[in-house]
Design a protein around this ligand. Sequence first.
Ligand SMILES: [Zn+2]
Length: 289
Amino acid sequence: MNDYLNIATCYNDKIRIYAANTTNICKHAQEIHNMWPTSAAALGRTLTMAAIMSTMQKAGERITIKINGGGPIGQITVEAKYAKVRGFVHNPGVYLTNNNGKLAVGKAVGTDGVIEVIKDLGLKEPFSSSTNLISGEIAEDFNNYFWQSEQTPTAISLGVLFDKEGKVSDAGGFLVQVMPDCPEETISQLEKILSEIKPISSLINEGKTPEDIISLISNGDYKLLEKVNLEYNCDCSKERFSRGLISLGKKELEEMIAENKDFEINCNFCNKKYIFTCDDLKNLLNNAK
Ligand SMILES: [Zn+2]
């Protein structure tokens, strides 16, 4: 089954729900980055959040999320462009658990830092805002982000489940957005449901679809607005890295050519290798300043 997300409105249009299954995205990310479970959980949760947030933007607008809480994982970097996500963590080899055996994502991410969200809306300057990390568990940190920087009350759940071999088995997330004129009564009704709902990754593991999850949260009374297919997609190319090399300038390129060997560049987002031979570099030199 493809990864996808559903957007629905419910409770007389006073509540909006985004629910996503991101199992394939998180499996793919773990595979290409060779990640241990705690690193894979932290990146998977952030990729899921980015996928949801990307559908709130217009097509073509890029969102970048950077999370660095000073923990052993280091920086988490995720980019999303309408329904397409890519990302990586500084340290893919983190496997930390709490006393109860659960993955210690909060400890691995840390809380000594911020979430930074950069939105490139195609204007002159990208729009950037950041909020402090609360627990490093990602979902709670994004609740705080939406409240502090967008003044929107949200309830966010993000989860990645692993099999006995430590491989991603299920992943997904939901975001519940409360409209400004939502009655108190609806909010308490919603709070009760959310306090009793199972973790999102368990729901997906039971075979629940995004529609089923929306139905659970809305008590079966919802209107589907949109279904969006989601995917892990890296749009890197040799041309793009060429532009990066050209921007280093003539002097730097001449030094590289003088070493008389091939240069290998790895894409951080998808781990694809690009080889630049001496002749490639000489060609780039003609375009450099
Ligand atoms: Zn790439």
